[in-house]
Design a protein around this ligand. Structure first.
Ligand code: PLP
Length: 383
């Protein structure tokens, strides 16, 4: 078996498994005042320190969630609602977020929530920031958006794209955003542990992409930044997100965050893979290759071989890749990321993604290349 789909989910790291098992053995509700509750609280606070360190934040700025989908939803809804509260408290109309600028290549967790928030609040304008053909957000377009019109803006730009791995200029965007008095949400799900993260106002993380458990994530909201809770109840997470904490998920997240932060992820496996691909099929298209990319991600097309055909053939050989844009039904759908980069539908429909992680080996790369080589040879013979 060769698992090359770390951007979908990472196998559990040994450190995270140990931490989860510790939490299972402990049990306890972190809100209880007795010894078991205090022990659970200690695990959560230790994990909070570790996740804060990965996100370049203070522990009290970390809100644990059920994953990055929830984190992104909380950030968008919480920012807009928090800005309304800030407006009312300060009797200052300019505190309200009235413009939402979202990059066209965001994950659906951002795109769909941005659309829903804009529909819900009259007077909130949503605009999509285009990307260039190299997969990098168009900074001139963002500058124009920020400068035209009045009202506080919230910009959403991911640190690196989950399909292409293209790294986005989040630091430059942060400078622009600061100059305009706007706010910045950075989805750092794929970038965390691989590249430096910006000091964005809102930053989102997912445990299972780092080698933790599925169902845990974090939203980092910097001190003093508008935020109103969406989920209220027992007051957990300092009132920012109620609900009894996912003790094992959070403990494993903390351990995975520390392990990921200490790792030096290099592009060695990705480069070996892409060199092999070029030998097998000179006609291969590698998306975003001219841009700075995450060291672990390769998004490519073997057109005219459809992605679905390729995925099934590779799967039969025990090689697990992704189409880059699998929807929940498991069917391959058109990638909005490649569409935004101006990639034709024909080529986009053949897009595959290989992504590497903490347990990937050269043998995994070679197994994938050997399976792809057989597939390409069969296709050529058939043609
Ligand atoms: N954001 C990005 C960039 C992602 O790649 C993903 C997962 O694929 C998510 C958000 C959602 O994360 P989660 O699975 O923790 O809800």
């Amino acid at each position: 078996m060769a698992y090359l789909d770390y951007n979908a989910t990472s196998p559990l790291r040994a450190e995270a498994k140990v931490a989860a098992e510790r939490a299972f053995a402990l049990g306890g509700n972190a809100s209880s005042v007795h010894a078991s509750g205090r022990a659970a609280r200690a695990l959560i606070e230790e994990a909070r320190q570790n996740v804060a360190a990965l996100g370049g934040a203070r522990a009290e700025e970390v809100i644990f969630t059920s994953g990055a989908t929830e984190s992104n939803a909380l950030a968008l809804w919480g920012a807009v609602m928090g800005s309304l509260e800030a407006r009312d408290a300060a009797k200052d109309a300019t505190a309200r977020i009235t413009r939402l600028f979202v990059s066209a290549i965001e994950h659906p967790a951002v795109l769909e929530n941005a659309k829903a928030v804009a529909e819900r609040f009259a007077g909130l304008r949503l605009e999509f920031i285009p990307v260039r053909t190299n997969g990098v957000v168009d900074l001139d377009a963002l500058k124009d958006l920020l400068r035209e019109g009045k009202g506080r803006a919230l910009v959403a730009l991911m640190a690196a794209n989950n399909e292409t791995g293209v790294v986005q200029p989040v630091d430059e965007v942060l400078t622009l955003v600061r100059a305009e008095g706007a706010l910045l949400l950075v989805d750092a799900v794929q970038a965390a542990g691989k590249i430096a993260l910006p000091a964005a106002d809102y930053l989102t993380l997912s445990a299972h992409k780092l080698g933790g458990l599925q169902g845990a994530g974090a939203l980092i909201v910097r001190t003093g930044i508008p935020y109103a809770p969406l989920i209220t109840g027992g007051g957990q997470e300092r009132g920012a997100r109620a609900g009894t904490e996912n003790l094992a998920g959070i403990a494993a997240f903390g351990a995975a965050a520390t392990a990921a932060a200490q790792e030096n992820v290099t592009p060695v496996l990705r480069d070996r893979f892409e060199a092999g691909l070029r030998k097998i099929a000179q006609e291969v298209t590698i998306f975003g290759v001219e841009s700075l990319r995450l060291p672990n991600t390769s998004n490519f097309s073997l057109a005219p071989i459809p992605a679905e055909t390729a995925l099934m053939a590779l799967d039969l050989d025990g090689v697990m890749l992704s189409s880059g844009a699998a929807c929940s039904s498991g069917k391959v759908k058109r990638s909005h990321v490649l569409a935004a980069m101006g990639i034709s539908e024909d080529v986009g429909a053949c897009a595959l993604r290989a992504s590497f992680g903490w347990n990937s080996t050269e043998a995994d790369v070679d197994a994938a290349l050997s399976s792809i080589s057989k597939l390409v040879a069969r296709r050529r013979a058939a043609a």
